[in-house]
Design a protein. Structure first.
Length: 408
């Protein structure tokens, strides 16, 4: 009997055992196999199944709506499970959000039955109100970042580039949700993770893996810290127990499509991008406006990977963004002025975040990437060192948003 004639349940068991590349190759054998894989992906990569441990069906829909409204991203081990089609029974749901939107999510979690449970390291934060009172409501001065009080700075708890960790537990349940807040773009925290296998995100509409071939084909995770960093070594060791091999950048040179460096942005050709099912009738998100430079930092003892970016924030933008430094220069000098001029002359009321994303995508040359793609994992990658050359230089700069250079 051929695979095409097998019952759906057996189909799933066989397809579960295939890697992303193998799924792609099987889907290309014939039209029937293609249809089987497409149907399989809709339930294998279904966010409802992932979130059903934490919420009921109505709550999952509302949570995804709040993701859209706040720009919140699911990451950490939860996103790894999503892409790997696996389940870690003891894992938490890690949600990353800009600090100024975090109270909306926190209060909703309490409404649906979660109880705020302060971490043992967090003094003077016995209640949710106390936690927010002890930390800055939003970032007002990028040149003088206010520091959270007490010991709740993420860098002291292993959560770099972040402000506050809010821990929630479900009553009469073992479910835990951690709300990670960032003073600016939450993607900064994710790009500062201990190694590349956890650099994956789930937005309300799409999921993105930044190093898919290394993570889900080769089962490799590039270490982004010194081996003497005990806390990060402990965190990354969990993934060696889950089947990943930790590697150093200086050990072996891997092909560019396995560990793509240079200019990167969310949803680029080196990413594995999946539509999140079930699809909700919500506008598209803005996370694809974020970019960064995957670079190597040379030290005496070894070479470290480092994700460099520039923070962008402006009063007319709802969210903060990270930008590849050279792309930030183009935005500063050209794109931003053109956007504001068009808005002033036309009197449009559309939100600037959408206009900003559209302008970036146009200049990156990836306007056609919004369409649903049939492939499971792209086999062709644009050389990342040439991706920047695609940016068209057509704009003059007039009104400067605020920037701050950071090394993640």
């Amino acid at each position: 009997m051929s695979l095409l004639a097998l019952p759906d349940a057996i189909d799933d068991r066989l397809l579960d055992a295939l890697s992303p590349r193998e799924l792609l190759r099987y889907s290309e054998t014939c039209s029937t196999a293609y249809s089987i894989v497409q149907e399989y992906m809709k339930h294998a990569f279904c966010v409802d199944r992932l979130l059903s441990r934490y919420f009921n069906t109505a709550e999952i829909i509302r949570f995804r709506e709040l993701q859209y409204l706040t720009g919140a991203l699911i990451s950490g081990s939860t996103a790894v499970q999503f892409f790997d089609r696996d389940t870690y029974p003891d894992s938490d749901l890690d949600v990353y959000v800009e600090h100024k939107f975090s109270r909306v999510l926190a209060e909703w979690l309490v409404e649906v039955g979660y109880k705020y449970t302060p971490l043992s390291q967090s003094r003077n934060m016995a209640t949710l109100d106390a936690a927010f009172a002890a930390n800055p409501p939003e970032l007002n001065d990028l040149d003088s970042i206010p520091q959270p009080v007490d010991d709740v700075i993420f860098s002291k708890q292993g959560y770099a580039k972040s402000s506050l960790v809010l821990n929630f537990k479900k009553r009469d349940s073992q479910c835990t949700i951690q709300l990670m807040t960032s003073l600016t773009c939450p993607l900064q925290s994710i790009l500062a993770f201990h190694s590349t296998c956890v650099m994956n995100i789930i937005a309300h509409d799409k999921a993105y893996s930044f190093f898919p071939k290394a993570t889900f084909e080769e089962r490799l995770s590039l270490r982004c810290y010194r081996e003497s960093d005990a806390s990060r070594e402990l965190a990354s060791r969990k993934y060696t127990l889950r089947g990943w091999s930790l590697i150093n950048l200086s050990h072996t040179q891997y092909p560019e499509d396995v560990l793509p460096f240079g200019m990167r942005y969310v949803g680029d050709r080196a990413c594995w991008t999946l539509r999140v099912h079930p699809v909700l009738e919500l506008p598209r998100g803005h996370v694809e406006a974020n970019s960064w430079n995957a670079d190597a930092l040379l030290r005496i003892d070894r070479t470290f990977p480092v994700m460099k970016s520039t923070i962008m924030t402006a009063p007319v933008l709802k969210f903060s963004y990270t930008l590849y430094p050279r792309e930030a220069a183009i935005v500063r000098r050209r794109i931003w002025d053109d956007m504001l001029s068009l808005k002033e002359s036309s009197g449009e009321t559309s939100d600037m975040d959408t206009d900003y994303l559209r302008a970036l995508k146009r200049n990156r040359g990836d306007e056609d990437k919004d369409a649903e793609k049939p492939e499971v994992l792209s086999q062709s990658y644009v050389p990342l060192e040439t991706a920047f050359a695609r940016l068209n230089i057509r704009y003059r700069f007039r009104a400067l948003p605020r920037f701050k250079n950071v090394d993640v």
